[in-house]
Design a protein. Structure first.
Lengths: 129, 898
């Protein structure tokens, strides 16, 4: 029996008003959130366009969380998505496996939305303590 | 034999006409008021039931629980009550019988209260959870009951007794699930109705009890539910058919406590009606045990498997649940900057954010383990083990570490700690969970305690903890504070919890740090303390204070012996870009953030002040310096200047300054004292004219939290002695960088001693060439330069990271006069980006003073050879020596005045 396709969740980085890029500062520590804030117009434009494309808006904050079938992401972002399993040895728990998805382009883009969206990244999984 | 006691509860008619039985789906945050009774109805029912002879057991905003003899119930409500026993119909072989009372009319009513109550029901037994074992197991080892044991060890019962339970405070938890899926076996009421034991949130199906594999007809398909009643979509074959019902409800633990549970949701298409992993259902009990009156909401972010969306869960909590506090007991598979951004933004918007520090985890991005979430503005919670019989020690299961991400200033985790068990499994707190979930099975099937929890896999309970338990305990504590003082900022909540935590002095954390008296790496400020936190702020007062030691929380008099080293008077050679970030809350525990005062330039004085009153206010801070010999004469102290502090908020920890200390006012080399006096209308400065002696001064520092004192050294640039020089390395924007720092001594005296002090994290990542480690502290590594060109290669310099490098040098006294230089070159990703040059002009001085003994010697005096480089002060002539307070060496000069 074919395994059920997992839900794919992604984080949408919107272009900030200041021009600063959180996405390109992977190791930066965002102490001052206002510096990375998108304009309300950018947010609304992105929300509308993503919904039009068929993505589900899960939550909105400084970034957007969107979900949809893997195939939709592959089609709109022109990427290939594959599965990835990570095994960690957690204290007192032994090996713990985390399953996640991986894109052949770590930062995905939708060409038509380049003016409002800086990049789309597959959501980082959480691990209960 | 005494008559058996029956427990009942009243459901009120709501003020809007909505019924909790038929309109339960409309029960939301926005409509919660619609389901509440009208004003005074609760009191009226309490009075009428008391008049009837019942005992009132509990009263909330929405319901009343009461008890009385069976006969009293039967007479008051006109029903027949009988004891019912379940057991034979249960399909679990090891099931035990369960007895409870059942009324001939499920929804009872009395004329006494019929105009204000919707129904009266007998208590629902909080039991059947796959099997009908007693609801709470009782394993044979030391553990804490979550309702009684956790609050007791956190000193919370006195707070609850004051009526402070978190009422009105909105707490959201983001975790693996909060709704429990249960299986019960019942006889149907008729062919289309089944009554189950708990308030239904969702029904998966109803099958014949003879169909345990659920392969036949699902009689619920097309049906509906309300309250505890399920209406079937397909009629059963008989009126009293035994059926197996699989449905979702809140765990009976939560239902029985009458908690206010508001919005419960999931993200990413996760099934909100089950907690497959079991973690969220369990750990949430910690919040509600500490703050049983809070309004609790929950977002499910993970099913414990493929689907795990913590950022979306965190965002959904903020967007949909309007929380004042968000608590998270998890880390992430990789550093997620978008999540850190949301955390920072939430705190900026006034929301207290709490994260578990981890169980041996860190935020090391290169580790294979989970990454802790460590933004400096959140409250990072570690663990202490509550020793049986009293006291605490650091839990060897909980994390402690310096953040790899936030290094300037160095952020340390945890800030405070809650209750956590020890290795190997941290089995400490009996917590409710969905029966037969991943964790319940894992703890049941891992062997006997301490490797397992000695409870069954399907009993709906497990004994766990971890910092996952500690974080929600602290969230509950924050809710108590916010009920009492609703104007506290998130940073004030954090500050108060830190200021009032109980010190943990023994034990070792999961990362190997050892607890010790005072702030320590293993447990931060210590175990949160409910009563101390609630009592911290003085009601209706403005109480600014400045600390005499890290442990000083403004209590007068200070008990510490060391009064001369206030951590809150900070002198810097250069102006600080963002004082609140660099010198603020995340380095509150650091007791010496000073540079050495440098003569020949302006210096910058920063102060850290707090308010332990419940009112905001304005005050001033005046800073003086004086020679130690002038303590008794405040009139001779030099007034450096005054800072105005406006609107210092309750519980706030604020960095103020800089106060510029002009070069002309900075004394020549020597030992001096800085004194700070706070003054406000409501909390005036002490009268300095009362100081008549040094002892008076010391007593004033001890007895007044408006006065602080710090000893400092003022240092000249001293050829022939030692000095220091600092510069900053700064990473450009973009992703992380590889940095190489080259320090050339090719034009420096060959026998000079040169030490390089750098943040330990950077030194740890570097490959050393012509340098060796001379010393290490928690935060810094000091390297000895071995001459020629020394290099730190391949340091992990972060984007926009600004980190200070200090070079200390001592030049031998016999070094020929001349101009020498040290040249440092910074390469980022292989490219030269900056160079820093220090030129040292050496001249021959005839005399050398001793900074410590205050004696002056001829350069060739044998006593000079015995002086440490730091104590050597170059002096041109005897007149300068006298002007600077030096006395002649009796051996080489003669004429000593002593």
């Amino acid at each position: 029996m074919k395994e059920k396709e997992p839900t794919m969740m992604a984080t949408v980085y919107l272009r900030s008003q200041s021009g600063l890029s959180l996405l390109n500062e992977k190791s930066a520590a965002p102490l001052h959130p206002e510096r990375y804030a998108p304009s309300p117009e950018t947010v609304e434009q992105a929300l509308h366009a993503l919904q039009e494309l068929g993505f589900r808006i899960e939550a909105r904050g400084m970034t957007l969380s969107i979900s949809g079938p893997v195939a939709l992401f592959e089609e709109k972002c022109h990427v290939r998505i594959s599965r990835m399993e990570t095994t960690r040895n957690e204290p007192g728990k032994g090996d713990e496996r985390t399953n996640s998805l991986k894109s052949d382009e770590p930062v995905m883009n939708i060409p038509d939305l380049d003016d409002v969206i800086e990049g789309i990244v597959i959501a980082t999984p959480g691990i209960p303590f | 034999m005494s008559e058996e006691k029956v427990m009942g509860s009243v459901t009120f008619k709501s003020r809007s006409g909505l019924s909790i039985f038929t309109d339960v789906r409309k029960l939301s945050l926005k409509r919660i008021d619609d389901f509440r009774p009208k004003a005074n109805h609760v009191d009226q029912v309490v009075n009428k039931l008391t008049q009837a002879g019942f005992t009132i057991e509990a009263v909330t905003q929405t319901g009343v629980s009461f008890s009385g003899p069976k006969a009293l119930f039967q007479g008051e409500f006109g029903v027949t009550i009988r004891k019912k026993t379940l057991g034979p119909m249960d399909h679990f072989a090891d099931a035990k019988p369960l007895s409870f009372f059942e009324s001939s009319i499920p929804r009872m009513m009395s004329r006494r209260i019929e105009n204000i109550a919707e129904s009266v029901n007998l208590a629902i037994p909080g039991i059947p959870f796959h099997n009908i074992n007693p609801p709470v197991p009782n394993p044979n080892y030391y553990y804490l009951d979550v309702i009684t044991g956790v609050p007791a060890r956190l000193n919370i019962p006195p707070v609850h007794a004051m009526g402070i339970t978190g009422t009105g405070v909105r707490v959201s938890m983001v975790d693996t699930g909060f709704v429990t899926r249960v299986t019960e076996t019942h006889a149907s009421t008729n062919t289309t109705h089944v009554t189950v034991n708990h308030m239904v949130r969702d029904v998966q199906g109803v099958w014949l009890a003879t169909d345990p594999n659920h392969t036949g007809t699902n009689y619920f398909t097309g049906g509906t539910f309300a309250g505890q009643e399920i209406t079937l979509g397909t009629p059963l074959p008989g009126a009293t058919t035994n059926v197996e019902v699989v449905y979702s409800c809140l765990h009976p633990h939560y239902l029985n406590q009458n908690y206010t549970i508001d919005d419960v949701r999931a993200v990413g298409g996760l099934d909100v009606n089950t907690d497959e992993y079991g973690h969220g259902t369990a750990e949430a009990a910690n919040v509600l045990a500490v703050a049983p009156g809070c309004t609790f909401s929950f977002v499910k972010y993970s099913d414990g498997g493929w689907n795990s969306f913590p950022l979306a869960g965190f965002q959904a909590a903020l967007q949909q649940q309007n929380p004042q506090i968000v608590t998270c007991s998890w880390g992430t598979g990789a550093i997620d900057n978008a999540l850190l951004l949301e955390v920072a933004n939430a705190v900026a918007n006034g929301i207290v954010v709490i994260f578990a520090a981890g169980n041996g985890h860190t935020d090391n991005p290169n580790s294979w383990s989970a990454k802790s979430v460590t933004h400096p503005n959140l409250i990072s919670v570690g663990g202490a083990f509550p020793v049986q019989g009293g006291g605490f020690r650091a839990s060897d299961y909980a994390s402690s570490y310096d953040s790899y991400i936030y290094t300037n200033p160095q952020r340390h985790c945890p800030d405070v700690v809650g209750l956590v068990g020890d290795q190997p499994k941290a089995c400490l707190i009996m917590l409710p969970t969905e029966a037969d979930n991943d964790l319940d099975r894992k703890y049941a099937n891992s062997g006997a305690f301490p490797n397992g929890d000695n409870t069954a896999a399907d009993d709906g309970w497990m004994v766990i903890s971890g910092t996952s338990a500690a974080a929600p305990q602290v969230a509950g504590m924050a809710a108590l504070l916010l009920q009492q003082y609703n104007n506290l900022t998130p940073m004030a909540v954090k500050n108060i919890l830190e200021n009032t935590a109980r010190d943990v002095q023994t034990g070792t954390s999961g990362n190997g740090d050892t607890a010790a008296p005072g702030w320590d790496l293993a447990t931060g400020f210590g175990v949160v303390d409910g009563l101390a936190a609630i009592n911290f702020l003085a009601d209706n007062q403005f109480r600014p204070y400045i600390r005499d030691s890290v442990e000083d929380n403004g209590t007068e008099p200070v008990t510490a012996n060391r009064l001369y080293a206030s951590p809150d008077i900070i002198v810097r050679n250069e102006e600080v870009d963002d004082p609140q970030d660099e010198l603020g809350q995340s380095v509150k525990h650091n007791n010496d953030l000073c540079d050495q005062v440098e003569d020949g330039q302006e210096n910058y004085i920063y102060l850290r002040v707090q308010n332990r009153g419940s009112l905001a206010g304005d005050c001033t801070a005046t800073v003086y310096f004086t020679d130690p010999g002038m303590f008794s004469n405040p009139g001779n102290w030099t007034n450096i200047g005054q800072l105005n502090i406006q609107n210092l908020l309750p519980g706030e920890f604020r960095v103020i300054g800089p106060l510029i200390w002009p070069d002309a006012q900075i004394p020549t080399g020597g030992h001096y004292c800085l004194i700070t006096i706070l003054d406000s209308a409501g909390d005036p400065a002490p009268d300095l004219t009362a100081i008549q002696s040094s002892a008076d001064f010391v007593n004033m520092v001890r007895n007044s939290n408006n006065v602080a004192w710090k000893n400092i050294d003022v240092e000249d640039v001293i050829p022939g002695g030692s000095s220091s020089w600092s510069f900053y390395m700064e990473g450009p924007q973009g992703t992380g960088h590889q940095a190489d720092l080259e320090i050339s001594l090719n034009n420096f005296p060959p026998n000079a001693t040169v030490l390089v002090k750098i943040v330990k994290r950077l030194a740890d990542t570097a490959t050393l060439d012509h340098m060796t480690v001379a010393d290490q502290s928690q935060l810094y590594t000091t390297l000895q330069h071995l001459g020629g060109v020394g290099e730190l290669e391949d340091m992990d310099l972060k984007s926009n990271e600004k980190t200070k490098v200090t070079v200390y040098y001592a030049v031998p006294i016999n070094t020929p006069p001349g101009s020498y230089s040290i040249v440092a070159t910074l390469k980022i990703d292989g490219n030269n980006v900056n160079s820093y040059t220090k030129i040292v002009n050496l001249s021959m001085f005839e005399y050398i003073g001793n900074r410590r003994s205050r004696e002056i010697h001829k350069r060739e005096c044998t006593w000079v050879r015995k002086m440490t480089p730091y104590n050597k002060v170059a002096i041109a002539d005897l007149q300068e020596a006298r002007d600077r307070g030096f006395d002649n060496c009796a051996f080489c000069i003669g004429g000593s005045l002593r």
